[in-house]
Write a protein of this length. Structure first.
Length: 203
């Protein structure tokens, strides 16, 4: 995914909540986490805004939380960072990715970032200072089931349990698929609400 798939979500956040948005593309196959963190930091430096929020889908959410959680004096977190919303992120690992890894050429197709930081060394806790909201999908239709028997509620690719992480601010479920998280109006509304208020809207 190049970020183009986020176009509708970006449009809704701009139209309904007044956010200016920009797209960040990263390489999960060729580059590992350190390289992508550096590229994300460089991208944020170019943004002319007093406050910046992050919204990441799937592995983009993993990258966002790793960026916010790190404590590297040479690569400090941008002081303008506000809040972050992660859509269907495999924060504690991915059963589907582990199943895919067993396929021929699976390791090469998954790439460095997913293999090293989602399968071999997933996050154990979020330690950043920024508020983080996570939206998990529960409509279990997707290719993830072709590679692994997903045991529990899931969005077709990622288990709901894999999106829960100690230290995050709020967590909510929406009845959509993994890809559907990007196209759901309700998900867009919850994303904008969290970025504005630091919690999801309930009731």
């Amino acid at each position: 995914m190049t970020g183009v798939e986020c176009s509708l979500l970006r449009h809704r956040l701009a139209k309904d909540y007044g956010f200016d948005t920009c797209r960040f593309s990263y390489h999960t196959v060729r580059d590992g986490l350190p390289e992508n963190i550096r590229r994300l930091g460089a991208c944020l430096e170019k943004i002319r805004s007093g406050r910046i929020h992050l919204v990441g889908h799937s592995f983009g959410g993993v990258l966002a939380l790793n960026y916010l959680s790190r404590s590297d004096p040479e690569l400090p977190v941008d002081a303008r960072l506000g809040r972050a919303v992660c859509l269907g992120p495999p924060l504690t690992g991915s059963q589907a990715a582990r199943g895919f890894l067993r396929m021929p050429w699976g390791a090469e197709m998954l790439g460095r970032m997913i293999r090293e930081n989602v399968i071999e060394n997933p996050l154990e806790e979020y330690t950043g200072k920024q508020d983080v909201g996570v939206i998990a999908g529960t409509l279990g239709i997707g290719l993830g089931q072709a590679f692994s028997s997903l045991d529990g509620p899931h969005d077709g690719t990622i288990l709901v349990s894999e999106t829960r992480l100690p230290g995050i601010t709020d967590h909510i479920e929406e009845h959509v698929t993994h890809v559907g998280l990007l196209f759901s109006r309700s998900v867009a509304e919850q994303t904008g609400w969290f970025l504005r208020h630091g919690e999801f809207r309930r009731g």
